[in-house]
Design a protein around this ligand. Structure first.
Ligand SMILES: O=C(O)CCC(=O)C(=O)O
Ligand SMILES: [Fe+2]
Length: 325
């Protein structure tokens, strides 16, 4: 274990996983957050978050028709920028296999993981943020199915905005998919830190598969609401490209992850956006004299340039796109 630490440290980095394995009784100072940013374990508003049943897509004549599903998605997007989906068509064994591949990756000897270590956010595969799913059959199958589900969800979200379900269809088909596999080891002092600080995702939709609860989202009353684990469900988060496309009709959701003193958590996030250099702009169909464009257009590359040029904790990217109306 000591050798692992030395090896990681030679890259100027010691993973939380290694620290946990070393039995560190304290969170290292660099992970300790200012008081105002720490999770508050006692404050949990009892809000029930939306769960959308997608059966109507497979069985068009089912008791809840497609239009009802679209209404539910509209309410969820408007209120939270978030929903969970059930009966989404991805088999439980495919989801289990992907989680197993993620677990196996993080259980690899540190030398193997360090081969992928890089601080370059333009790198297609990086330890700490991504796993080369092209080389892993189980992850690759899951990634393909999630990409497919994302296209179906985008049609529903577009329709829920009153747009044609074909709007941007070629750009969405040729879009980017980034698979982020996150591992949050058990933490000796979970009240002092976060697994991931508050942020919104840059893309259109993020589809997330979690091994156990830990994700929280900020609701419209500025309360952090824990997202419950719903067995077999997938989580859908609205990102900044969707906020821009909808001209602020829907907002990207601020979310964060808390850590636990006794449970390691894994999550697989599939982040979808337009292709790297393709700009997303407010949909012209949603604009008129009373509702002019409220955002500047931006691409995934613009977002990467933003986060590599400044501290990600300093301000939100979406705020830099807002126009004074
Ligand atoms: O682990 C999670 O639940 C969330 C991960 C996340 O927010 C991200 O990868 O962008
Ligand atoms: Fe995220």
């Amino acid at each position: 274990m000591e050798a692992e630490k030395v090896l990681e440290s030679s890259y100027g980095f010691t993973s939380a996983m290694t620290l946990t394995e070393l039995g560190n009784p304290q969170v290292p100072q660099r992970y300790v957050l200012p008081l105002s940013e720490r999770p508050n374990p006692t404050l949990h508003p009892s809000i029930s978050l939306p769960i959308v049943d997608l059966s109507s897509l497979k069985h068009p004549s089912s008791s809840s028709p497609r239009s009802e599903t679209i209404n539910e998605i509209q309410r969820a997007c408007k209120e939270f920028g978030f929903f969970q989906v059930i009966n989404h068509g991805i088999l439980q064994c495919t989801m289990r296999d992907a989680m197993e591949a993620a677990t196996d990756f993080f259980d690899l000897p540190v030398e193997e993981k360090m081969i992928l270590m890089s601080e370059n956010v333009h790198e297609p595969v990086r330890y700490g943020t991504s796993l080369n799913h092209a080389t892993d059959k189980k992850m690759s199958k899951y990634a393909t199915e999630v990409e497919n589900l994302q296209k179906q969800l985008m049609e529903l979200v577009l329709e829920s905005l009153g747009l044609n379900s074909n709007y941007l269809v070629d750009d969405i088909d040729n879009g980017s998919q980034v698979m982020t596999v996150n591992c949050y080891p058990a933490c000796p002092e979970p009240e002092l830190t976060l697994g991931i600080p508050a942020h919104s995702d840059y893309g259109t939709l993020t589809i997330l598969h979690q091994s156990c609860s830990g994700l929280q989202l900020l609701d419209s009353n500025e309360n952090w609401v824990p997202v419950p684990l719903v067995e077999g469900a997938l989580i859908v988060l609205l990102g900044d490209q969707l906020e821009v496309m909808s001209n602020g009709h829907y907002k990207s959701v601020l979310h964060r992850v808390i850590v636990s003193s006794d449970t390691k958590r894994l999550s697989i996030a599939s982040l979808h956006s337009l292709a790297l250099n393709k700009k997303m702009a407010p949909a012209p169909e949603l604009l008129n004299e009373q509702n002019p464009a409220g955002y500047k257009e931006f691409s995934f590359r613009d977002f990467l340039d933003f986060i590599s040029s400044r501290d990600a904790l300093q301000g939100r990217f979406i705020d830099t796109l807002k126009k004074d109306r």
